[in-house]
Design a protein around this ligand. Sequence first.
Ligand SMILES: Nc1nc(=O)c2c([nH]1)NC[C@@H]1CN(c3ccc(C(=O)N[C@@H](CCC(=O)O)C(=O)O)cc3)C=[N+]21
Length: 296
Amino acid sequence: MATTLDGEALAARLREDLQESVELLADAGVRPGLATIHMGDDPAAESYVAMKRRDCDELGIDGTHVDLDPDAPASTLHDVLADLNADPTVHGILVQDDVPDYVDWQAAVRRIDPEKDIDGLHPENVGRLVAGEPRFVPCTPLGIQRLLAEYEIGLVGADVVVVNRSMIVGKPLAALATQRGDGGDATVTVCHSRTADLAAKTRAADVLVVAVDSPRFLDGSMVSEGTTVIDVGIGRVPADTDKGYELVGDVDAESVEPKADYFAPVPGGVGPMTRVMLHNNTVEAARLQTDAAIGE
Ligand SMILES: Nc1nc(=O)c2c([nH]1)NC[C@@H]1CN(c3ccc(C(=O)N[C@@H](CCC(=O)O)C(=O)O)cc3)C=[N+]21
């Protein structure tokens, strides 16, 4: 039976460390500011935004949120980004990716000042990561890397298989895990919807990361004994709960857990780690932009 990779517990500890960094910055007269923008109507995105704001309150980060009408023109989003770029109290900017069809999300991300791009999605930050000179790295891969390190799951020479090729998960994870040195030195296979014989690839993994947006997609038949399985999917399945739904990952825990050595579940695995990395990046951005002395 797999050992659970408890992202919730680790994230709680990292938030305490982060609170100390925020206090040190406060002594230097700086309060980190994070602005989130949501232009879509995906209820899941609304709930992430709410969680990020709760984290900000707990951490002492100045969180502002801009909710844009999904019917507004793209220029409205561009104007908001220009204002936030120019605002010295805002150190980090994040645009939720569920924008309406006629808005080009990647084009909007390019309008974020790269020094405020705490999601690490601006081409300058993507390029820096690939070049081995990272500044801001996307939060989900960072969270996965930190979670693996905590449980001393070595990546050196390991076969990492990621089923996802997005800018938020697959591409940056491949760049991170193949880097020389700490948290890297792995061999990475990036799989996607057109991959031939996916199960052969997933069965060959030492570390398997799954984000395919399909509840319980990966079952025990696709996993070998002794694998580390990281679930990054977050689906909502109607259920008889207070909220009317249940969170379900892309991994079928029932058939995978008995075979895996380690398992990062949904909820409680990568999600909370993603959030804490976002706030970490925001504090880092505040330091970068203010050059504040942060103590020894
Ligand atoms: N520009 C952009 N940046 C993102 O980082 C980004 C995004 N767009 N779009 C959507 C995805 C998804 N995402 C999550 C973050 C935290 C949890 C999380 O904290 N989940 C908890 C609890 C979930 C709950 O209780 O609802 C858990 O898994 O335990 C989930 C999902 C960030 N994303």
